[in-house]
Design a protein around this ligand. Structure first.
Ligand code: ZN
Length: 435
């Protein structure tokens, strides 16, 4: 099932032809309309005409989140405000947010790509889509919303939070597809169990979950608890918002819509482009964006690209689920640790809840990692000796996977704070700033 069969299944040659043509146009646009990019070209002594094929792209400099911040609010816009119909901004936990603008054409393309995502995840015009991503400056809610409308689904613009009401409407309105963060999906599943709702009353069939990295084992938990097919969706506001890539029914990576985005994988240390199949940092160049096109944007998300045609028939390159962020990486006693690696280990243990907290402290010069993990109700009432055994097993497994020893602390059910948006998994108490 496709939304746009011709484009979603076109040959790689055809795709590359389109990419090349669109890239030329995009490079001219940013060179002539955005002083920042013109000086980026000049810094390497090149003009748009010097980039004649996609492989030449690596001659041009990267764009970073800092560049977006420095140009606050409209410095990187390539269209006048008279053509901008929507403005979104990142949450900006520190300092000024990053601002992005969309022309009418950008909004239309975004809806098209989200519609493709919905169909890939099994939705159609009969679907009732409950959007539990936040609406507002954050791109999640509105981005998904327009795609679901374009598909012709019935959209419930629920936004995040208000869990009791979420579940009441999910039940009464017969929602068939849920869109939210994976951690909120688990939270909703728990609440449904807690309210003693008969699973038969919930009509959900599938879900698209994104905006934070999650593991394969987390997928299994969500699928079991909500009785749905859970799909990973990828996006970031700097590139478009949700819908840059989506997992199809084969669930072997997310298809990046290559007629609109040109992905690269680079080594985050040497910044050299890496071949398909190699793990590294994702970099995107937008091909059709008018409002705020970006050149070689460093996402900091770590992934792997695969170009083999998928069993679903889609030819667009697949990215593996994001394994972490190059800037979220914790360095504990000299070992690189990604929270997602720890999650993956924890989820292998059946009776452990998908709620955990990593606490990093430093005594003298030595880093300590404590992992707090919530027990399920039935395990919590188990014999102490069994719990000690579980602690020992988790400790052993963490050590064998990450090569570090962690203190494991099993905590009472429901004692780790829940999140209605992105989950907070790490508390780093080391004061690394001052060193
Ligand atoms: Zn596929």
């Amino acid at each position: 099932m496709y939304w746009n069969k011709r484009i979603e299944t076109m040959s790689r040659d055809e795709l590359m032809y389109i990419q090349n043509e669109r890239l030329q146009k995009m490079l001219r646009r940013i060179y002539h309309n955005v002083p920042f990019y013109r000086s980026q070209f000049q810094s390497v002594d090149l003009a748009p005409e010097d980039i004649t094929e996609i492989s030449d792209l690596s001659k041009l400099p990267f764009t970073t989140k800092q560049d977006l911040r420095d140009s606050y609010p409209y410095g990187l816009f390539a269209a006048p405000l008279s053509e901008i119909v929507r403005i979104h901004a990142s949450s900006g936990t520190t300092g000024k947010p990053t601002v992005v603008g969309y022309t009418r054409e950008d909004i239309s393309n975004w809806a098209e790509l989200c519609a493709r995502a919905f169909v890939a995840a099994g939705a159609d015009s009969n679907s009732v889509v409950q959007v539990s991503y936040g609406y507002g400056l954050f791109t999640g809610g509105l981005g998904i919303h327009y795609g679901a409308e374009k598909l012709g689904a019935s959209v419930i613009p629920m936004s995040g939070g208000n869990t009791e009401r979420q579940i009441m409407l999910m039940k009464d309105f017969h929602s068939t597809l849920l869109a939210c963060t994976p951690s909120y999906a688990i939270y909703l599943a728990e609440a449904i169990e807690q309210y003693g709702i008969d699973p038969g009353e919930i009509k959900l069939k599938s879900g698209i979950f994104g905006a934070e990295p999650w593991s394969e084992n987390m997928r299994k938990k969500i699928e079991e608890r909500l009785h749905i097919s859970a799909h990973d969706i990828y996006g970031l506001s700097e590139i478009m918002g949700p819908g840059v890539a989506i997992e199809c029914q084969c669930k072997n990576g997310m298809h990046i819509w290559e007629d609109h985005f040109l992905p690269e994988i680079i080594d985050p240390n040497t910044l050299e482009p890496l071949p398909y199949g190699a793990p590294g940092e994702l970099v995107f160049t937008t091909l059709t964006k008018e409002g705020i096109p970006v050149l070689r944007y460093r996402t900091r998300d770590l992934s792997v690209l695969h170009k083999e045609v998928c069993e679903c028939g889609r030819t667009h390159v697949r990215m593996e689920r994001v394994s972490g962020r190059s800037d979220d990486m914790l360095i504990i006693r000299g070992v690189n640790v990604f929270p997602s690696q720890i999650e993956s280990v924890l989820m292998e243990f059946g009776n452990v809840e998908p709620h955990y907290l990593l606490i990093v402290t430093r005594e003298g010069t030595l880093d300590n990692l404590e992992i707090q993990i919530e027990l399920s109700e039935e395990l919590f009432s188990d014999r102490i000796s069994n719990l000690e055994e579980l602690e020992r097993k988790i400790k052993q497994k963490i050590h064998s996977v990450l090569q570090i020893s962690a203190k494991i602390r099993l905590v009472e059910p429901k004692s780790i704070p829940r999140s209605e948006g992105k989950a907070k998994r790490v508390i780093d108490k080391r004061n690394l700033q001052g060193e």
